[in-house]
Design a protein around this ligand. Structure first.
Ligand code: PEP
Length: 255
């Protein structure tokens, strides 16, 4: 019996102006209100500049807010950065950490992800810790080794009770924004291995509590199949979260 809730989160990346973002959540709110909401939680991750306006627009709605990243320090001389406390203050519940685009283009490492996760928990927020292998790593048969290393590194120093609050997102790099999705069997295999890895690092109960999302070209037509896997506890959705109708259809696939 699986007691875990599902979490469907939309990562807008560097898309949508404030007014475009507001139009999107207005439409999404309406569509989500008519869905059976109990088992599926919904979140959106706009850019930092849209968070405040989107938070206002989401008041009274069940849709939660996520940051796309944050710095590990609480405040100070870190030009261009945003702290976890600021994200909490603006109304976020979640913060995406270690997205492959940040690892690839902005020098994110397991060590910096780990520092950010510490700040996120300290601010009373929930980290969505992203892991995933490249195509070359998959073809070399190194998928599990890579994602396990990323999980071990990202969670370094946390107690089991803290780890239980984390959301992990398995996002194979070769499936992000490519239209090429992992099959439900490929996703389930990695998710199951990650849960076994958590059980080894911590304990079985902790492993059972951690939500593990899948991300990588999730679309309305493949969502139900992926979300139907026993260890797939939701989705982190990029491109398809930019259209309210598509995102709502994906949410419906998880309900
Ligand atoms: C992502 O970047 O988190 C993602 C899964 O993107 P897409 O859905 O566009 O592949």
């Amino acid at each position: 019996a699986q007691a875990r809730r599902k979490l469907i989160a939309g990562n807008w990346k560097m898309n949508k102006t404030v007014s475009e973002g507001l139009a999107l959540v207005r439409e999404l709110k309406g569509l989500v209100a008519s869905l059976p909401g109990e088992r599926v939680e919904v979140a959106v991750a706009p850019t930092f500049v849209s968070l405040h306006a989107v938070a206002k627009e989401l008041e009274g709605s069940s849709v939660k807010l996520a940051g796309q990243n944050c710095h590990w320090e609480a405040s100070g001389a870190f030009t261009g950065e945003v702290s976890a406390g600021m994200l909490k203050d603006v109304g976020c519940t979640y913060v995406i950490l270690g997205h492959s685009e940040r690892r690839q283009f902005f020098g994110e490492t397991d060590e910096t992800v780990n520092k950010r996760a510490r700040a996120v928990l300290g601010a009373g927020l929930i980290p969505i810790l992203c892991v995933g292998e490249t195509l070359a790593e998959r073809e070399a048969g190194r998928t599990l080794e890579v994602v396990e290393r990323q999980v071990t590194g990202g969670l370094k120093g946390f107690q089991a009770a803290e780890v239980a609050t984390f959301v992990l997102a398995y996002e194979p790099v070769w499936a992000i924004g490519t239209g090429r999705t992992a099959t439900s069997a490929q996703a389930q295999e990695v998710h199951k291995s990650l849960r076994a890895h958590l059980a080894k690092l911590y304990d079985g109960e902790t492993a059972e509590r951690v939500l593990i999302q899948y991300g990588g070209s999730v679309k309305p037509d493949n969502a139900a199949e992926l979300l139907g896997q026993p260890d797939v506890d939701g989705a982190l959705v990029g491109g398809a979260s930019l259209k309210a109708g598509d995102f709502a259809a994906i949410i419906k696939g998880g309900a």
